[in-house]
Design a protein around this ligand. Structure first.
Ligand code: ADP
Ligand code: MG
Length: 317
């Protein structure tokens, strides 16, 4: 039986999306009409997830949708922006009503959780790929968290723990097996990253730079260093390694925490003079190094000896 056509897909699966504040006209016209909140700067970002590059094509459609939106939300969080609206460009190899029903349910549940409204998109035929563009707002009074503000002497921090998503990947891909409970934890680590909105808001007043860790700690800290024209000394034994990473990959957990991607935690820098403010807030963050003069390099040491990551961050080309 043929699946629904293009316009039926839009009507049946995406038009019912609830419209939050500022949506003067949502899905259905040539453009959405959007009203930015007063006294804000808009933050916007787009990410494409390609089947079998960013997620297994056979994965649960609700999980694919949740991950696609969450990784985009993480970019807003990393700038200390508040979610407002998103658009979805969906390319499908064929029209499959069950797949679409599960995908849209996962998408709209995630949208509701983070109070972001779907306001438009595009539906095309081709190899499965999902492009989401998110827009958020930064109040004029709240500082956006940029990559280019770090200074020599600043301390480097990461939020929560790292390595879980990278350790989970072979289980998510079915290359390794484990018991149901741990498989569930692995799936959650990979498909349900937590955009760090609350933490970003808490550090924004005094952080000098921030980035969300999508490609791996070392790769993303390198981005801060390059943008800020400094280098970093990273004390590898201080990296908070996720318990799940140790359980799933005992031998390489530290490597995965240092250079595996997909955790979407924040890496940020803060001037020495602001450290007491940070400590007072009792946030789930760990100091892992310090910035030094240099040209965008991350120097790693483990227990006082130079250390090299086995892999560098993911790059498409
Ligand atoms: P146009 O031909 O003017 O680009 P389309 O026919 O592609 O318009 O889309 C019709 C309406 O449906 C537009 O408002 C568009 O934003 C919306 N739309 C299309 N595909 C999606 C989708 N996958 N999710 C949400 N909205 C969509
Ligand atoms: Mg179109």
């Amino acid at each position: 039986m043929p699946g629904p056509g293009e316009f039926q897909i839009i009507r049946d699966y995406f038009t019912a999306a609830p419209q939050g504040p500022g949506v003067l006209l949502g899905i259905g016209d040539d453009c959405a009409l959007l009203q930015a909140p007063q006294n804000t700067i808009l933050a916007t970002s787009v990410d494409t997830l390609v089947a079998d590059v960013h997620f297994p094509a056979q994965a649960d459609p609700a999980k694919i949708a949740a991950r696609a939106l969450r990784v985009n939300l993480s970019d807003l969080a990393a700038m200390n922006a508040t979610p407002l609206w998103f658009t979805l460009a969906l390319t499908l190899p064929h029209s499959d009503a069950l797949w679409l029903q599960q995908f849209s349910q996962g998408l709209l549940e995630t949208a509701a959780e983070f109070a972001i409204s779907l306001v438009g998109g595009d539906t095309t035929k081709g190899p499965l790929s999902i492009t989401i563009q998110v827009t958020g707002s930064c109040a004029h009074t709240a500082k956006p968290l940029r990559r280019d503000g770090a200074k020599v002497g600043d301390h480097v921090f990461v939020s929560n723990s790292l390595g879980a998503a990278a350790a989970a990947l072979p289980f998510v891909l079915g290359q390794k097996t484990t018991d149901n409970k741990q498989l569930q934890q692995a799936q959650n680590a990979y498909y349900l990253p937590q955009p760090q909105f609350a933490l970003a808001e808490a550090i924004a007043p005094f952080a000098s730079s921030a980035i969300d860790i999508s490609d791996g700690l070392i790769a993303d800290l390198t981005h801060i260093c390059t943008a800020s024209d400094v280098s970093a000394e990273l004390t590898v034994e201080k990296i908070p390694v996720a318990v799940l990473a140790r359980q799933l990959n005992t031998n390489h957990a530290l490597q995965l925490a240092a250079s595996g991607g997909d955790d979407y935690q924040l890496c940020f820098t803060i001037a020495e003079q602001h450290l007491p403010l940070l400590i007072k807030k009792q946030l789930p963050v760990t100091c892992i190094g310090q910035l030094v003069a240099g040209k965008g390099n991350v120097h790693c040491s483990l227990n006082g000896k130079p250390w090299r990551a086995q892999q560098t961050g993911f790059q498409h080309f």
